[in-house]
Design a protein around this ligand. Structure first.
Ligand code: GLN
Length: 198
C-alpha cells in the first residue's frame, strides 16, 4: 500500500470480547478500524473482524434487531475474519454443543474442544505464512474438526487446523490480536485491500 491510497475501513464487532485489541492490531496493520455495535454499523465497511469472547453471548445479542441476518449478508460478499468465538460464529456447523452460526466458512467447529484445564495455552507453532513460526494464544479454544475442499490451512495444532482461509474469509482458533506479531492481521488487511480493488 502506498501512502496516497485510502486505508481500508475494517469493522470489529464490539458487542463483547476483546475487540479493542483487534482494533489496535488493525491500526498497526494499515487499516482504519471501526467498532460495530449494530447492523447499520456495517454500512460502508470493506471488511469485518468477529473477535473472541463467548459465542453464545454474542449470538444472543445478534439475534435481536436483524443483526444476525445483516451479518449473514455481509459475510456472503465481503471479507470477514473470525477469531476464536468469531470462528465459531463463522462456521458452517458448530458442535459441542450445536448452536446457530453464519454458515459462511466451510468448516465444522467444536467448541471448548481442548478440555477445561489445558485449553488456554501459548504455543509457538509452524505456519505457512512467510516469516517463520508464529506465537498462538489459545483461550478456551474451539477446534476446527473438518474443513471443505475450498479451505486452505495456514497453521495446525496437534494436526487440527488453527488458521484457515477460504477466499475472502479467514478464521483462527487462537487470538492473534494478543501477540505482538502482526502477520495474521496484515494478511487479513491485504485480503480486504485485494477485494476492494476488484
Ligand atoms: N469458548 C468460547 C466459545 O465457545 C470461545 C473462547 C474465545 O473466544 N476465547 O464461544
Amino acid at each position: 500500500m502506498t501512502g496516497s491510497e485510502k486505508k481500508p475501513r475494517i469493522g470489529v464487532l464490539a458487542i463483547q470480547g476483546d475487540y479493542a485489541a483487534h482494533a489496535e492490531a488493525l491500526a498497526d496493520s494499515g487499516a482504519d478500524p471501526v467498532e460495530v455495535r449494530n447492523p447499520d454499523g456495517l454500512d460502508g465497511l470493506d471488511g469485518l473482524i468477529l473477535p473472541g469472547g463467548e459465542s453464545t453471548t454474542m449470538l444472543k445479542f445478534l439475534e435481536r434487531r436483524g443483526f444476525f441476518e445483516a451479518l449473514e449478508k455481509f459475510a456472503a460478499g465481503k471479507p470477514v475474519f473470525g477469531t476464536c468465538a468469531g470462528a465459531i460464529l463463522l462456521a458452517r456447523e458448530v458442535r459441542h454443543p450445536a448452536q446457530r452460526s453464519l454458515r459462511a466458512l466451510d468448516a465444522v467447529v467444536e467448541r471448548n474442544a481442548y478440555g477445561r484445564q489445558i485449553d488456554s495455552k501459548i504455543l509457538i507453532a509452524p505456519t505457512s505464512l512467510p516469516g517463520g513460526p508464529l506465537e498462538m494464544v489459545f483461550i478456551r479454544a474451539p477446534r476446527i474438526a473438518e474443513t471443505g475442499p475450498g479451505v486452505e490451512v495456514l497453521a495446525r495444532r496437534e494436526g487440527f487446523p488453527v488458521l484457515v482461509r477460504q477466499g475472502k474469509l479467514m478464521a483462527a482458533t487462537f487470538h492473534p490480536e494478543l501477540s505482538a506479531d502482526r502477520r495474521v492481521h496484515r494478511l487479513f488487511v491485504d485480503t480486504v485491500i485485494a477485494s476492494t480493488q476488484k
